[in-house]
Design a protein around this ligand. Sequence first.
Ligand SMILES: C[S@@+](CC[C@H](N)C(=O)[O-])C[C@H]1O[C@@H](n2cnc3c(N)ncnc32)[C@H](O)[C@@H]1O
Length: 230
Amino acid sequence: MTNPETTYTDADYWSQRWEKNEISFHKSTIHPFLEKHLDKLTNNNESQKQIFFPFCGKELDMAWLASLGHEIVGVEFVEAACEQFFNENNIKYTVSILKNFKLFTSQNGKIRIYNGDFFNFNLEYEKAFECVWDRGALVALPADLRVKYAEHIQTLFSGQNLRYLLDTYDYDQELYPGPPHSVRMDEVKKLYGLKYKIEVIESQIHNRPFNERLKESNNLYEKLYLLSNI
Ligand SMILES: C[S@@+](CC[C@H](N)C(=O)[O-])C[C@H]1O[C@@H](n2cnc3c(N)ncnc32)[C@H](O)[C@@H]1O
C-alpha cells in the first residue's frame, strides 16, 4: 500500500534540497561501513577497481577511494553537488557534454561524475561494473521507484564478480515517511535475490534518528548488505 505521506523524490525535489543546503545525508567523514568493509568491495584490494557510486551526491568516499588508486564513476542529478565535490576536495576537473549528461572529469581522469538522471545512464558511457557502493541511493526512492532502480542498476553489472555494498535503513516506516526509506531484508531479497547472494555484513543502531518518533522507538538500524554472484 502506498503511504500517503511519502515524499515523491524527483529532480526538482533534490535540486531544492541542494539549493537550500538541506543535505544532512552528506557525511564529512569517510563512511565507517565502507572503511571497515573495503576489502569486500574490492575483493581484498587485489587490484585497482572501477567503483560505481549511483546517486553520488558529493560523497567524500569518492575522493578517498580515488586516493587509493581506484577509478570512480558517479551519477548525480544536481550539478551543484558535482561542482561542490571537486571544489571542496581541491580536485581540478573539466566539464564536457556527453549525450544526456554533463560529465565532470578529474584532471587525472580517475573520477568521472555524470550529471544527469541515473535512469538514462547505460553501458554506452562506461564499461560494466563489478564494484558498487550504494549509499543513499536505493533508500532515497519510494517503493515503486526502487523496483525500477533495482532493474536498471542490474543492467550495468558485468555479470561476474559482482561486489555490491548496499547501505540501508531498517525502521517502522509509519514513524517517518522517508527519504531515507526503510528497506528491509525481504525487499532486498525480492529486488535482487533471484540473481545474487545476499548477506548482511553490518547492522547497527543508527545514532542520528530522522525525527523524534524514531528516536523514541530506539529501533532504527543501519544495515549493510553484500550482494555477490551466486
Ligand atoms: C540521499 S542523497 C545521497 C547522496 C550520497 N549518496 C550520499 O550518501 O551522500 C541522494 C542523491 O541522489 C540524487 N538523485 C536522486 N535521484 C536521482 C536520479 N534519478 N539520478 C541521479 N541522481 C539522483 C540526489 O540529487 C541526491 O544528491
